[in-house]
Design a protein around this ligand. Sequence first.
Ligand SMILES: [Fe+2]
Ligand SMILES: [Fe+2]
Length: 246
Amino acid sequence: MALYALGDLHLSFQSDKSMDIFGSVWKRHERKIEKYVNRIVKPDDTLVLTGDHSWGRKLPECREDLAFIERLPGRKILLRGNHDMFWDAKKTGRLNEEYKNRLFFLQNNFAVYEDYALVGTKGFTFEGPFYLDRWGNITGWDEKKEEQAEKLVAREMDRLRESFRQAADAGYRKFIMFLHYPPTNILEETSPFTEIAEEYGVSAVVYSHCHGESRFGDSIRGEFHGINYMLVSGDFLNFRPALVLP
Ligand SMILES: [Fe+2]
Ligand SMILES: [Fe+2]
């Protein structure tokens, strides 16, 4: 048994949204996903997909993408990404009902892997715009947008807290925390997300959302305050699932 994670599949079996324009790593990327996930993940493993699953806007436009995910080996747990329009935040229960024993949608709930609770939410990060001087140094940013971002961070923190609370109430003391957005923005070294990760002593924080060479370093990666921060964006991993726990 092993726990793997991979993010940002950006599938589009029912929509006209090829990712090929974003560079060679995205060329026929759904084939790579199929190949590598089948090679790496075994039927009794768990695979957490950290959001941005489908370009479809409504659930009927995502059915084939979700069916593709369903056919991948292992138990699949899905996190909500910013592009997952099909997933109404208030209707997670309904999705879990519909996909019972096929896919698990992680939000305001938790999943279990051995003696670990898998907790998570979409998260949020302020992404600018930032203003640069001619040498590329940040000299300021859009403060209105930053204010809005703080509200979204607070809302996501409520959802994450709920996930932790349920897991702790059920007796779990070991946690892996999943986010779609990176835990900090490019200006921060800590955030409410890193604070709650430390409060609960999580073993790892796993996130994705960052695309392209220039964005892979937007947040914490590797060991920080005793926690392993893992970026699992599909294009960062060339669509090979990352091992979170053996
Ligand atoms: Fe994405
Ligand atoms: Fe995203």
